[in-house]
Design a protein around this ligand. Structure first.
Ligand SMILES: NC(=O)c1ccc[n+]([C@@H]2O[C@H](COP(=O)([O-])OP(=O)(O)OC[C@H]3O[C@@H](n4cnc5c(N)ncnc54)[C@H](OP(=O)(O)O)[C@@H]3O)[C@@H](O)[C@H]2O)c1
Length: 328
């Protein structure tokens, strides 16, 4: 599926277009992998629009995406048929893994009773984002209050659970009552606030009687402003993402004065900054998962042709947990 036009707002028909090409003949040092799952990530909307921390996808190129694929044929010393790998597969059914040492592919282990899809979610990029954002940037202390936005999403749901593991009072902000119920009743968040209810700011105040020490921010704009208004002096703000602005031409303006008034420590981070420590973090997340301390959920859309709709689901709040496209 190729990028044929830079979207404005949500993706429209014709922005991403399916096309067919022959599967290339493998050269020595290459392997062919069949894509099984595609990871749907808000950052894809950014990759379509402009250069950011990575160059924008060029018009006419296969759309960039993370995915999980299985080796079906190999002339590559490191891969044999049946190996499963995670990396930048792109929105396509087959991908050639080349000989370049960097290539960025990670082989995933086969663990009984653990679904492969977990390596794109709780044990994959979004789980790692939550891990490093919490453990390295926020550094939570027992008894602190943590507020997580987009709390029922792939990253937020794991960040909040890590907060619980570290002994915090955890409050999630999400866009439906079903999501609020899931994060409190299933994931153990102490409270959840639906930001689509008119009185949500009063509910947020009631849920944070001792103020907020850590804001794990996934949304930005009005949601973030309301949380900053509840922060304690010298609180920490972990800037993970600003999804409320990704489909807008102009990013939301915010009153930055509050940062001074409350002497807040604000830090943005990218999960890729911690690439050298991914195995260590995935092992820790895996241990929590095995111990039943970390729960995960996926929303799965079937069929490559549904990828554009699936990307839009992220911006319409139609996913719970990690959003994946399963290639049939
Ligand atoms: N820094 C990094 O390295 C890094 C890595 C991965 C992800 N991220 C960021 O983390 C955030 C979450 O990503 P994810 O992959 O885990 O996605 P996700 O949370 O699984 O899905 C996105 C969720 O965002 C919420 N949302 C969408 N538009 C919104 C709006 N205008 N206002 C409030 N909430 C809105 C929706 O839930 P509701 O129903 O609750 O609205 C939606 O389900 C994004 O900002 C992403 O860019 C950063």
């Amino acid at each position: 599926m190729k990028l044929m036009r830079r979207p404005t707002g949500l993706l429209a028909e014709g922005d991403l277009v399916l096309s067919e090409a022959a599967v290339p003949e493998l050269k020595e040092g290459e392997a062919l992998a069949k894509v099984k799952y595609l990871s749907m990530d808000p950052t894809m909307r950014g990759w379509m629009a402009a250069d950011t921390y990575m160059p924008a996808v060029k018009i006419g190129e296969v759309m960039r995406s993370l995915g999980l694929a299985e080796i079906v044929e190999s002339k590559h010393a490191q891969y044999k048929k049946g190996d499963k790998i995670v990396g930048l597969t792109g929105l396509q059914e087959y991908v050639v893994v080349d000989a370049a040492p960097r290539a960025g592919w990670n082989k995933i282990p086969s663990i009984p009773f653990v679904s492969d899809a977990l390596f794109l979610g709780a044990l994959g990029m979004t789980g790692l984002t939550a891990y490093f954002g919490m453990m390295e940037v926020a550094k939570p202390q027992k008894g602190e209050t943590l507020v997580v936005s987009a709390a029922a999403g792939a990253t937020g749901s794991i960040a909040g659970q890590i907060g619980k593991i570290q002994g915090c009072r955890v409050v999630g902000i999400a866009g439906t009552d079903e999501k609020c119920q899931w994060i409190t009743e299933e994931l153990g968040f102490d409270a959840a606030v639906n930001y689509k209810h008119a009185d949500w700011k009063e509910k947020l105040a009631a849920a944070t009687p001792n103020g907020v020490d850590i804001n794990f921010e996934n949304v930005g704009g009005e949601v973030m402003e309301a949380v900053l208004g509840r922060m304690n002096l010298h609180g920490r703000v972990v800037l993970c993402g600003f999804i409320s602005g990704y489909t807008k031409a102009e990013p939301a303006r915010m009153n930055m004065g509050i940062l001074i008034v409350k002497r807040l420590k604000v830090k943005g981070f990218l999960v890729f900054d911690y690439a050298s420590r991914f195995t260590e973090a995935a092992t820790e997340l895996g241990k929590w998962k095995m111990m039943g301390k970390l729960k995960d959920r996926q929303t799965v859309v079937e069929g490559l042709e549904k990828a554009p709709e699936a990307i839009n689901m992220l911006f319409k709040g139609e996913n719970i947990g990690k959003l994946l496209v399963k290639i049939l």
